[in-house]
Design a protein around this ligand. Structure first.
Ligand code: SF4
Ligand code: SF4
Length: 461
């Protein structure tokens, strides 16, 4: 709490607890976004979002154009999949997602020429949004545009955005918070996007406000990105209801409960049922806002995303605009390959990202980074008994008792774990990071949550 008061005294938005791991962002931060065109074949999963998976609507050996819809499903909580390059489809396969989950996918071999529209990178980073009036689109048209172009939360949650931004008369929204914190160590994809295309992000944020009927927008950025704060301030200048909130650099600032509390002082009810919507707030990631603008105003589908490839385990770290379906192996080869010292490769950042089972996994809509870590950057889990120091409790941003939950999960006492509010855990990893006994608390809790969901699904049948 003293840290929070000090941050507030320095004019920074902050939340109680949390941790301060080394940022390690310098490896990729200065590298402008580069377009990556894979040789393929790509593996395009039919499940790249939360909700119902898609069914392929193309046949094997069919030629498809860039941006053509290749998978869809009627369910409301879903998002269609579009061809991320022009090319030829192959047989249906089972792809392994970066999380290790196995899902149906189709292979796509890029055309030798013209796989992407000419000037694709320039179009993606286009800074000329003058004259675009977001209120000229009806809220329904904004929501439909997001659904048609397959927009999902790009911060990693991959929840379909048209569902999140559909107006609910029973739950009015007064504020949209733009998450530009990028609090995970190593990752710089959002930072580069805010520097290189801030105008599109502001238009997307305005469209989101318009869709939900909010009058206020808060652009939240950690104070370790002063250039992004400046770029976003300039892009938002003159937009009514917009403000920039400078947040303390503290992990997990980008978590929705922490950020809503930091910038608005409102307490989001406990997960899994409580949402920012319950306190009149919707939160979107800055890459999602960028996609919303391109989808609604320009009719561009979500086929590419900016991915940070980083860590001391890769030869040439950087930020790349990558088609979904690109295999990690091909992208890493383009970055000079893995170094001899590499120990593990993580999808996303090191705090929340899963270690990938192998490199034959595709980049999907939620892949914000590929972190290739060497021995010196990696914690060694030689687990020893709990010494009851209480550090995990002191640092949990959600005020849980990680040691009690993990203990209950270890002994498969899920009723006890639930008594300690296991399902509220956001899996931020702070508890495991600070534990001097090297107990992988977050991993135990994550396993317990998965088991709980499995049991709930079985009980429904
Ligand atoms: S219990 Fe969950 S929310 Fe709390 S620190 Fe651990 S991982 Fe984060
Ligand atoms: S931080 Fe680790 S050692 Fe300390 S109380 Fe929590 S589980 Fe036990």
């Amino acid at each position: 709490m003293i840290g929070t008061l000090l941050d507030r005294f320095r004019g920074l938005k902050s939340f109680p607890r949390g941790i301060h791991p080394p940022h390690r962002k310098k490896l990729s931060e200065p590298r402008p976004i580069e377009l990556f065109i894979p040789k393929g074949p790509l593996q395009v999963p039919m499940v790249q979002h939360l909700g119902a998976g898609c069914t392929p609507i193309v046949k094997p050996k069919q030629e498809v154009q860039y941006g053509e819809k290749i998978g869809d499903v009627e369910a409301f909580v879903s998002a269609p999949i579009h061809a991320s390059v022009a090319g030829t489809t192959g047989a249906g396969i089972v792809a392994v997602l970066p999380s290790g989950r196995r899902v149906p996918a189709i292979t796509l071999t890029p055309a030798a020429e013209g796989a992407l529209p000419v000037g694709f990178l320039e179009q993606f980073l286009d800074r000329n949004w003058d004259g675009v009036e977001p209120t000229s689109f009806s809220p329904e048209a904004v929501v439909q545009g997001m659904r048609d172009q397959g927009i999902v939360g790009m911060g990693g949650a991959t929840f379909p955005t048209h569902v999140k931004l559909k107006r609910d008369p029973n739950r009015p929204v007064d504020t949209v918070v733009l998450n530009g914190c990028e609090c995970e160590p190593y990752l710089t994809a959002d930072h580069r996007l805010m520097l290189e295309s801030p105008e599109a992000i502001v238009v997307g944020l305005y469209l989101a406000m318009h869709a939900v009927g909010a009058k206020r927008a808060i652009i939240a950025i950690e104070n370790n990105k002063p250039d992004a704060i400046e770029a976003m301030r300039r892009a938002a200048l003159g937009r009514p209801g917009f403000e920039v909130a400078v947040c303390a650099t503290s992990y997990p600032m980008g978590g929705e409960r922490q950020l809503v509390w930091a910038v608005l002082g409102r307490t989001v009810p406990s997960a899994p049922k409580g949402l920012p919507l319950d306190v009149g707030v919707v939160m979107i990631n800055c890459a999602t806002a960028h996609c919303i603008a391109r989808a609604v105003v320009r009719g561009m589908p979500l086929t590419h995303r900016v991915v940070t490839v980083t860590g001391r385990g890769v030869a040439r770290p950087g930020n790349y605009l990558v088609p979904t379906g690109t295999l990690f192996s091909e992208l890493i080869d383009h970055c000079g390959g893995l170094t001899d010292e590499v120990l593990k490769v993580v999808a996303g950042g090191p705090m929340m990202g899963p270690t990938v089972p192998h490199l034959n996994v595709p980049v999907v809509k939620g892949t914000s980074g590929i972190t290739c870590m060497v021995d010196a950057e990696t914690a060694h889990w030689v687990e020893t008994p709990c010494i009851r120091c209480g550090k995990c409790v002191d640092n949990c941003p959600l005020h849980l008792s990680p040691t009690k939950i993990a203990h209950a999960v270890k002994f498969r006492d899920y009723a006890m774990a639930n008594q300690y509010d296991m399902m509220a855990c956001c899996e931020c990893g702070c508890c495991a990071y600070v534990c001097p006994a090297n107990i992988p608390l977050a991993q135990y809790i994550k396993a317990g949550k998965n088991q709980q969901r499995l049991m709930a699904a079985q009980n429904k049948k």
